[in-house]
Design a protein around this ligand. Structure first.
Ligand code: BG6
Length: 515
């Protein structure tokens, strides 16, 4: 694959957190790995004033702290920031945008080319539309093949607002120009789901209701709400994580094989899954979804405060910091297979993984004495902190009698490829410069995801929880979440990475630890 073509990256809201933590560390890594074109410019726009130098200094602090490669080498950093400039801009002031337009034209002239223009809206949701309008006012939206906007989540806060946003953006930009980002789709293991499923002949024949008992997707965070109380109070775990990241992972697990790797072909197959998810009637919401909020507790020996005591959070807040849902995909492949999704803040560990739990063998050949440690096959796709795959299967326990024992075969990217996988944003930013939207959300995809959750959002809005906080920080969430899976005779699988992290190669699953 070649480098991106000449590109100008304009970040709106460049003084904010996202630019410092994610966007610039990712762009810097792309620069180091020689993916950025020779003709590359990064222009930061923000309301607050900064000189080019203080902006660069601000970015350096972010790279020092957040880049996967740690502090940059001063000489290389100097070469990178030679591409970086800053301008203060007020989105309601047309002069800022005439200046921007002039600058971009001057850059094209200096490079003697028509560069790709990426307008990255790293701004609060309430400003997205005015930023998009400001771009359109100076006609920077006109070049359909070279001019793109990137819209961060949350994309609306329910179906109606997402539809409105899609309509409004659609009046200014063609759908092919709108890149709705979901950074989970850029994660190596999430992308690997497609490779694993569709580049191996082995798994696809058993990837269905005949062999799979249930699927669990866990995205557990150890952090609390941090400094994002204001945003989070209006969002909550269902909107913040399940509507986007977890549902997208579900789509990749459940989708049919695409005919090609074309962006729209992949996205069509994902939308089919969302449309096949069984609607939850309002009266069944309590059987299909559980919410929770963390109280004070202990994380790795440190005492941490409860959600209601976090900055910018109401003392009687009813916002959920934990959500779990049970969904069914009503089609031939998945009829009757529950998909359990759970996510929460202030859980015991930062772990994201997908568990594909296979059914037990149809007939037991072995004597009862051999079956004490019997476990059905299980495949675990580990997304973080380690990116890899684990497969559990039965073997004969060594010894003179027949006894079965479960073992775990592991593949970790870091071990296998001896290198650190790129950060999700690296892949995604390179894709948008190239105009490849396969890993971005299409308008109908975002709306379909909201439709799935609409009944839960409605009921949760109407019926406020009376038992919050209902889980202690540092635990695996509210008790009701156990009931959600127990009603089907299952349990939440203890994250496999926690069971195996000490081991290399084959990990012997502790007997009695997890079924
Ligand atoms: C973001 C959410 O989309 O994802 C945050 O808004 C969350 O609340 C974050 O902490 C988790 O991302 P990651 O990559 O650290 O799992």
């Amino acid at each position: 694959m070649d480098r991106a073509e000449p590109s100008i990256f304009v970040i709106f809201g460049a003084g904010g957190d996202l630019t410092q933590r994610k966007l610039v560390p990712a762009l810097y890594n792309l620069f180091l790995d020689k993916w950025l074109p020779e003709h590359f410019a990064l222009l930061g726009l923000d309301r607050r004033r900064m000189s080019d130098n203080s902006f660069r200094e601000h970015l350096l602090q972010g790279v020092n702290q957040f880049s996967r490669r740690g502090k940059p080498d001063p000489e290389t950093w100097k070469r990178f920031v030679a591409h970086v400039t800053f301008a203060d801009a007020d989105f309601s002031d047309s002069k800022s945008f005439t200046d921007l337009s002039r600058k971009l034209a001057a850059q094209d002239k200096a490079w003697n080319t028509s560069a790709h223009r990426v307008f990255y809206l790293a701004v609060p949701p309430s400003i997205i539309e005015s930023a998009a309008q400001a771009i359109a006012r100076v006609k920077l939206n006109r070049d359909r093949s070279r001019s793109r906007i990137v819209v961060e989540k949350p994309f609306g806060r329910d179906l109606a607002s997402a539809k409105k946003l899609n309509r409004d953006l659609g009046m200014l930009f063609d759908e092919s120009q709108i890149f709705r980002i979901d950074h989970y789709l850029g994660k190596e293991t999430v992308q690997n789901i497609l490779a694993f499923r569709f580049a191996n002949a082995l798994f696809e024949p058993i990837w269905n209701r005949r062999y799979i008992d249930y699927v669990q997707v866990t995205v557990a965070e150890q952090v609390g709400v941090e400094h994002r109380g204001e945003y989070y109070e209006r969002a909550g775990a269902l909107r913040d994580m399940i509507q986007n990241h977890l549902l997208q992972v579900l789509c990749l697990i459940a989708m049919e094989a695409p005919n090609s790797f074309e962006a729209d072909e992949i996205r069509n197959k994902k939308v089919d899954v969302l449309h096949a998810i069984r609607p939850i009637p309002p009266e069944q919401v309590h059987e299909s979804a559980v919410r929770g909020q963390y109280g004070p507790g202990w994380i790795q020996g440190d005492h941490v405060i409860g959600y209601r005591s976090e900055p910018d959070v109401a003392a009687d807040s009813t916002t959920e910091t934990y959500a779990a849902v049970r969904l069914f995909v009503d089609n031939w492949r998945w009829q009757g297979v529950p998909f359990y999704l759970r996510t929460g803040k202030r859980l015991p560990a930062r772990i994201s993984e997908v568990v594909i739990q296979f059914r037990p063998v149809p007939h037991q050949t072995f004597p009862a004495s051999a079956l004490l440690d019997r476990r059905p096959n299980r495949l675990v796709l580990s997304i973080q902190p380690e990116e890899g795959l684990l497969l559990r299967f039965e073997v004969k326990h060594p010894g003179p009698v027949m006894r079965l024992a479960p073992v775990m075969m592991q593949f970790y990217y870091r071990e296998a490829f001896k290198s650190e996988p790129p950060e999700a944003y690296e892949t995604l930013l390179l894709d948008v410069m190239r105009g490849d939207a396969a890993l971005y959300m299409r308008a109908d995809q975002a709306e379909a995801a909201w439709s799935v959750l609409a009944p839960i959002l409605d009921v949760w809005e109407r019926v406020k929880p009376t038992d919050f906080p209902n889980y202690q920080a540092g635990t695996w969430g509210p008790e009701d979440a156990e009931i959600l899976v127990a009603q089907d005779g299952h349990h939440w699988v203890m994250p496999t990475f926690l069971q195996c992290q000490e081991e290399m190669g084959v990990c012997r699953v502790a007997v009695g630890f997890d079924q």
